[in-house]
Design a protein around this ligand. Structure first.
Ligand SMILES: Nc1ncnc2c1ncn2[C@@H]1O[C@H](COP(=O)(O)OP(=O)(O)OP(=O)(O)O)[C@@H](O)[C@H]1O
Ligand SMILES: [Mg+2]
Length: 512
């Protein structure tokens, strides 16, 4: 065995993140580590790569004990990782980022200028991850998905060459990528392990998108509450009752599907468990004209809540959006699709008032808001859940929620926490001490505290366990039923199937 993880335990104060995790991985294997949000996946990566020292247990790699070494020492021995939220050098270009990592083993010095460093190896690596066309771009301006690709190139650049045995740990490598891009990247990840099996490369990755697991992973490890509960092929795992009910959800053994009979009572909506039900007025998600499972024009012609005319947006001299026009009505759900970098985030930012150079007209509830600053748009009822979450990381869950709150705070908070029961158990925890998926839940919950009339969401299901994706989709349908206008950039098809319309951005232009 190349990697042996033995009885790993880790805790943060009273939170038990790993409770005796043991598994093994061979060279040439491509292994997926899956499990609910907060299961301990990122913690396991940190303990293997050295960002954290486990409270107990051992990590053995290529015949030697690893867990007492620093991250740099582990990297020199062939263990590299990427992070759930991409870590790159933002002040440098894409090419310079890779050059920097390639030079790292020789040590960095002021005498060894990056711009004179050989570019060939860096370009080969960028070609490998599909980023060569962006070699000279500033990392700061890269779309999020491209940053994830760059991170992979950086992890590869840091590894010693064969014959050293190498282990790549990838924490949600395909986050922020569209379906086609995701399958390209996962194909690459798989080939890294398989092609270089003889050269001793192994890959361990976490993912919540099952299409990045099926057909990719040779073996799947399932972590729940810090313990390995199952392992096997993807097909075997999909049949496992515990995995189905605790993680996969929709196809779950108990048949727990999103119920279309969600009802709401009073001013707040309440929920229980994973399906949202409550007694009350009997309003259902499908009762206000939701297109049942269809992609098409809504049966009801809703009053326009948002109207965008000939929107153009620039970053410096580069134009990102070209004459985008669209309308979203009250109670309408529009899903926005497109490749990484097509302009989805830019469009949502422009509507929220966060884009620097914009022309065209934006109106909201029949008022022109084109020149309004972002805070005025927020006060008028426009809410954005940003892709990068933008939480106050030193503040607790409750403080993050209360800061945003408007209207009847206790009722709204109760409803919002009902949507994300996991948050209820960590109300006093600083956001910095939450798992990636837990932070994503908080980002959505916080925006819902503002009771928006027009809700803009940028990849809300990214990093969320499948079982919880159902909750989020159900929550959005409930908001829609209550007349909220929703514009959602989302790759997950479950949402697209429930949308009134799906629109696609291609290189900054709308294809309807
Ligand atoms: N710095 C920290 N302080 C306190 N608790 C933490 C800290 N980091 C993580 N946790 C907790 O440890 C547990 C495991 O978190 P971890 O980030 O490993 O989960 P994960 O499986 O990667 O989840 P996700 O799928 O959401 O990324 C969670 O309960 C989380 O809230
Ligand atoms: Mg994680």
């Amino acid at each position: 065995m190349t990697l042996q993880v033995r009885d790993l335990r880790q805790h943060f104060g009273g939170v038990q993140a790993l409770r005796g995790l043991s598994f093994e991985i061979n060279a040439g294997e491509c292994v997926a580590l899956i499990g609910p949000n907060g299961a301990g996946k990122s913690t396991a990566f940190a303990c293997i790569a050295g960002q954290q020292r486990a409270a107990r247990g051992e990590v053995w790699w290529a015949g030697a004990r690893l867990d007492l070494l620093s991250p740099a020492q582990r990297l020199a021995r062939g263990v590299a990782r990427t992070f759930q939220v991409a870590q790159t050098f933002e002040a440098l270009s894409v090419l310079e980022n890779v050059q920097l990592l390639l030079q790292a083993p020789q040590g960095l010095s002021a005498w060894r200028r990056l711009d004179r460093a050989p570019q060939d190896r860096a370009r080969v690596l960028l070609q490998r991850v599909g980023l060569l066309a962006l070699a000279d771009a500033d990392v700061l301006s890269l779309p999020y998905g491209a940053k994830k690709l760059l991170e992979l190139a950086l992890a590869l650049a840091g590894l010693p060459p064969a014959p050293a045995q190498r282990l790549l740990l990838l924490d949600e490598p395909a986050a922020g990528l569209s379906g086609a891009e995701r399958s390209d990247l996962m194909g690459l990840v798989k080939s890294l392990a398989h092609e270089q099996a003889g050269a001793g490369m192994a890959v361990l990755y976490s993912e919540h998108n099952m299409d990045a697991v099926f057909g990719v992973a040779d073996r799947v490890l399932v972590l729940i509450d810090g313990q390995l509960v199952a392992q096997g092929t993807a097909g075997e795992i999909a049949q496992n009752e515990t995995v189905r009910s605790r993680y996969l959800g929709r196809a779950g053994a108990d048949g727990s599907r999103i119920k279309s009979g969600m009802t709401t009572g009073g001013s707040g909506m309440t929920s229980s468990g994973s399906g949202m039900t409550s007694s009350g007025s009997g309003m259902t998600a499908s009762g206000s004209g939701a297109a049942e499972g269809g992609i098409g024009v809504s049966a009801v012609t809703p009053a326009p809540m948002l109207s965008v005319q000939n929107l153009k947006v620039w970053y410096g001299a580069a134009q990102a959006l070209f004459d985008v026009s669209l309308q979203v009505g009250a109670g309408e759900l529009l899903v926005l699709q497109g490749l990484n970098g097509a302009g989805k985030t830019t469009l949502l930012h422009a509507i929220m008032g966060l884009a620097a150079r914009v022309t065209g007209a934006i109106s909201y509830q029949d008022q022109s808001i084109t020149t309004w600053p972002a805070h005025q748009r927020a006060q008028a009822g426009i809410g954005l859940v940003a892709e990068d979450r933008r939480l106050f990381v030193d503040l607790s869950v409750r403080e993050n929620l209360r800061l945003a709150a408007r209207g009847d705070v206790p009722a709204t908070e109760e409803w919002v926490l009902g949507l994300f029961p996991a948050l209820k158990t960590m109300l006093h925890r600083p956001a910095a001490q939450m798992s990636g998926g837990e932070q994503q839940m908080l980002a959505i919950a916080r925006t819902l505290m503002t009771q928006p009339r027009l809700l803009l969401l940028d990849e809300p299901c990214e990093g969320i366990a499948p079982v919880l994706v159902e909750n989020i989709v159900a929550a959005l349908l409930l908001l829609k039923a209550q007349g909220t206008a929703l514009l959602v950039a989302e790759q997950n098809n479950i949402l697209a199937q429930r949308a009134d319309r799906v629109i696609t951005l291609v290189a900054g232009q709308l294809r309807i």
